[in-house]
Design a protein around this ligand. Sequence first.
Ligand code: AMP
Length: 216
Amino acid sequence: MRMILLGPPGAGKGTQAQRLMDTYGIVQLSTGDMLRAAVAAGTEVGLRAKSVMEAGALVSDDIVVGIISDRVDEADCKNGFILDGFPRTLAQAEALEAMLTEKALRLDAVVEMQVDDGLLVDRITGRYTCANCGAGYHDKNLQPKVAGICDNCGRTEFNRRADDNAETVVSRLKAYHEQTAPLLPFYRDKGILKTVDGMADIDEVTRQMKALLGAG
Ligand code: AMP
């Protein structure tokens, strides 16, 4: 299974990708995670991406297309992958199509997660993760059972993303509507676009996705 999760920042793409990985035995490829790792490691790509990400704008197409093209060739992608946060522009979608054709691979589905903008600001500015295991939490919606202690691994250090602040969120939503939303008609025309209600609770969204994608 090769699929794209498409939706605005805060729609829950990362959360659902984690669940679909287990169901379908495929890997999550998040360009945001890869870019954050590059920034943390101080690589050339990281140095180029850092200020763009902090401003909530999109990193150049050639950087992200290059990252994905290399990653898709790795052995763990053999069974398939979930693209999370890529493609984000029509140019990236076209580059992806050319890349997959060249590798004799096919895209099976594009799943759109629909969420109203009003909900997203709250979701994004309140979210944080365990610094050790990456489990996701939220100030209002999903707190650890014991305050300050990760339910999953028991550690007490947590991280917030540098771009998860109220000012940057506005730019990120603008980038989504202006540059990424045009991918919806692009994939609808190809007959592979499916839509779920990203405002439903986490389990219900997973259920809708599995119903659309078929059993694992
Ligand atoms: P995300 O983790 O998907 O919310 O991405 C965080 C930030 O990384 C975005 O706001 C962009 O600055 C950058 N980024 C991630 N994926 C892409 C992409 N496909 N194209 C351009 N920029 C990206």
